[in-house]
Design a protein around this ligand. Structure first.
Ligand SMILES: N[C@@H](CCC(=O)N[C@@H](CS)C(=O)NCC(=O)O)C(=O)O
Length: 222
């Protein structure tokens, strides 16, 4: 689906991305770059893009194993956001955004601050499979938080992750909003898009929320 988008647009049903020299090239348009989002980027890209597409990457699983002391947490109470874990049998759903021309440098400049400087993420080339056309995969750039970055928290029981998410907020909002918006996106992807780790954390939050605070306060969290 072709559309000129501004930074405020939420991701439409479907798009892809482009690259400068050091980034994966879009074979169709060497000046274009595909950027794959699988966390907050699926519902808040906040950069201008030309097209977007829902789909998945193989060989990775999504995990709430990255700490966040800016967007969804603080130095005293780091929130938890997602990264990609190499997993031979893994499959992670998200949105790929196509940036072209001047959009490329603008998007990379913006994401370098949001993801790398503030979030501790590195860039990685992945192969993206559009939901509507999985036989024609695309090279895309993804932002991945590796265990070597200082904010990395690593594995924890889903109940502990849920407790941390319920307790944290940062400059971009409550950590619970981050979790629930990602869960909403996965619902929209349909039954073929499963994420057991995400679902277990959402279930744990649902169990704890009534104890954590009364309903009206819970609704005020997000
Ligand atoms: N790189 C992943 C995760 C991105 C992510 O969630 N990054 C955090 C940085 S710690 C962010 O941008 N948060 C903005 C927000 O929470 O609204 C993606 O492609 O979506």
């Amino acid at each position: 689906m072709k559309q000129e988008s501004t930074a405020q647009n939420t991701p439409p049903a479907s798009p892809p991305t482009s690259s400068p020299v050091q980034h994966p090239r879009d074979d169709g348009d060497p000046q274009a770059l595909w950027i794959f989002g699988y966390g907050s980027l699926v519902w808040r890209p906040d950069f201008a893009y030309s097209d977007s597409r829902v789909g998945f990457v193989r060989g990775y699983s999504r995990r709430f194993w990255q700490g966040d002391t800016f967007h969804r947490g603080s130095d005293k109470m780091p929130g938890r956001v997602v990264t990609l874990l190499e997993d031979h049998e893994g499959c992670t759903w998200g949105v790929a955004y196509q940036v072209q021309g001047e959009q490329v440098s603008e998007a990379l400049k913006y994401l370098n601050v949001r993801e790398a400087v503030l979030g501790g993420y590195d860039t990685k080339e992945v192969t993206f499979y559009p939901q509507d056309n999985p036989d024609q995969p695309l090279k895309a750039l993804a932002y991945v938080a590796t265990p070597q970055n200082p904010g990395y928290l690593g594995p924890a029981p889903e109940e502990a992750i849920a407790t941390q998410i319920l307790a944290c907020r940062g400059f971009s909002g409550h950590n619970l909003e981050y979790l629930l918006r990602l869960a909403d996106f996965m619902q929209l992807c349909g039954p073929q898009a499963q994420d057991e780790h995400l679902a277990a954390i959402v279930d744990a939050v649902g169990t704890m929320l009534p104890c954590f605070c009364p309903t009206e306060q819970a609704l005020a969290l997000v």
